[in-house]
Design a protein around this ligand. Structure first.
Ligand code: FES
Length: 517
């Protein structure tokens, strides 16, 4: 496997195949601040950029704020499948939300796909967009029963799907179905083009600007980003879980998915998009970047801060080698997504918050589609336009049926960490035992430290207590980050927040003082 030396322009040490070099940088610096803004959007992934563009097009004056670079978060690490069938399957949606809701979700998927295509056509965006067929296949009797239910319920919801004799990948299968009109694109090329249009309409963008605090004063949201204070009538958190402690911490669980971009010896690349029915499932597609064709293969998902990221990559590689003739694996990376308690995303006004605060999260593995849909729902709500999907996806909905038992497990797990993290140490080894390039929670003179030793042997010590709600962070050796097992907050090796909901960096610990005390 080749080493990756380019610094990652995303929220982890591993570069994704959507390399910064394969999409032009905009080199945008802060434009002039014209405040108060009509809407301030925090987070410049697909949700934030699309929302900002739609509102600016509608005549609003918007400010888009990004803590790092555009596409730094999950949009820079997605596998960029565009689907009208989702991780929450149509049989599940029908049984938990009813037939009408199932039809509406299908309609929302088609509308989201049409929006993406419309933007691509309208702005002549070169982002490798292609319509594809989507293959879902079973390998066991139980999976076949589930697959046939999916076939029936998807058709009933209005999705075009038929039985198929092939699954498009060199894997033995029992049954397969084929969905029409699915798609794929290059996510960074796409959002950068949308961003360009937003800027042409005089939208304001601030990169490298981390919002520390937001308060609501005199009907305006006042945001504090260090030296910068800005105000806006509406505030949209396009950051997955909104920052700070809020109700979304209890309705969504953070997961990581593992992806590889693989060069094959033969031309055995999938033509469409394929998915098995395993739990968690594997997904396959191909993409040509700078003349090189890649198989993009993903899976081995697990809850953030749990599981072993290196083992997940090993499993995925072993799986790939079993089924494909591999030349090299130039890219491997992981990315974060959020599983909602009842299967459907939460899009709209953030419950129990200041008036005019919006959010979008719980997209499961369907972020490109639901991110785009969120832009439509939220921009309609801000502009006072009735949106037919708003009620179904409302973050205030009370729908504790679907996935409930699973979520009880998730929350029990969070509760356990709240307790265990206060009374035990992950590891009692001394700093000396820490190998270079590794991080660990260690105990030094009775004090727990999140210690990272770089290749030169220099140790960076941080408080391991997550600044969100006090759980103990765990080192992710693959992405070189400190991941929180409770709500998915993530920090880089210097303690800087790279994924919310925490708002504050991990505290630095002066090792000299600790050791000499
Ligand atoms: Fe909630 Fe760390 S993300 S305690």
């Amino acid at each position: 496997m080749s080493e990756q030396s380019t610094p990652a322009p995303r929220d982890g040490a591993n570069n994704s195949v959507w390399d910064i070099n394969s999409a032009p940088r905009l080199n945008v610096t802060a434009n002039t601040i014209h405040e108060p803004y009509d809407t301030i959007i925090v987070g410049a992934g697909i949700t934030g950029v699309t929302t900002a563009l739609m509102l600016q097009r509608a005549g609003q004056r918007c400010l888009l704020i990004e803590a790092s670079k555009v596409g730094f978060g999950t949009t820079g690490g997605t596998s960029a499948h565009l689907n009208t069938f989702f991780d929450a399957t149509y049989p599940e949606i029908e049984s938990d939300f009813g037939e009408e809701a199932s039809n509406l979700v299908a309609e929302s998927g088609k509308e989201s796909m049409a929006m993406i295509k419309h933007f691509i056509d309208e702005y002549a965006i070169d982002c490798d967009f292609e319509y594809k067929e989507g293959f879902l296949y079973s390998e066991t009797e139980k999976e076949t029963r589930q697959l046939l239910e999916i076939l029936e319920a998807s058709r009933k919801a209005g999705i075009e799907v038929i039985e198929s004799r092939e699954n498009d990948v060199p894997l033995v299968f029992d049954k397969a179905v084929r969905f029409a009109d699915q798609g794929q694109f290059h996510p960074l090329k796409y959002i950068r083009a949308l961003l360009n249009e937003y800027l042409k309409l005089n939208g304001t963008l601030l990169e490298n600007t981390f919002v520390r605090e937001a308060v609501y004063v005199h009907d305006l949201h006042e945001l504090d980003a260090g030296n910068l204070k800005v105000r806006g009538k509406h505030l949209v958190y396009a950051t997955h879980i909104p920052p700070g402690i809020n109700i979304m911490n209890f309705t969504c669980a953070p997961y990581r998915s593992y992806v590889m971009a693989i060069a094959l010896k033969d031309d055995d690349y999938p033509k469409g998009l394929s998915y098995d029915c395993q739990e968690p499932y594997h997904y396959f597609r191909s993409h040509v970047i700078d003349g090189q064709k890649y198989l993009i293969l993903g899976g081995e998902d697990h809850k953030t801060g749990h599981g072993d990221p290196e083992q997940a990559f090993r499993n995925l590689e072993e799986y790939a080698r079993q089924h494909f003739r591999i030349t090299s694996i130039p890219y491997r990376w992981s990315s974060q997504y959020y599983v909602p308690v009842d299967g459907l995303p939460y899009i709209g006004e953030l419950p129990l918050s200041a008036s005019g605060t919006y959010m979008a999260t719980g997209f499961n593995g369907n972020g490109m589609m639901f991110g785009t849909l969120s832009a439509k729902i939220i921009s309609d709500q801000i502009l006072g336009i009735k949106n037919k999907y708003a009620e179904l996806f409302s973050p205030s909905r009370i729908k504790p049926i679907a996935g409930f038992s699973e979520f009880v497990k998730e929350n029990a797990d969070v509760a356990w960490h709240f307790m265990a993290d206060r009374f035990s140490s992950d590891d009692l080894n001394s700093l000396a035992d820490l190998p270079p390039g590794e991080g660990k929670v260690v105990e030094v003179k009775g004090e727990k430290l999140a210690a990272y030793k770089d290749e030169n042997g220099t140790v960076t010590a941080l408080s391991p207590t997550c600044t969100h709600a006090g759980c103990t962070v765990k080192f992710n050796p693959s992405e070189k980050s400190w991941d929180c097992p409770c709500h998915g907050g993530r920090f880089d090796i210097k303690g800087k927040v790279i994924t919310g909901p925490p708002r504050t960096d991990l505290a630095q610990v002066d090792l000299k003082n600790t050791l000499s005390s």
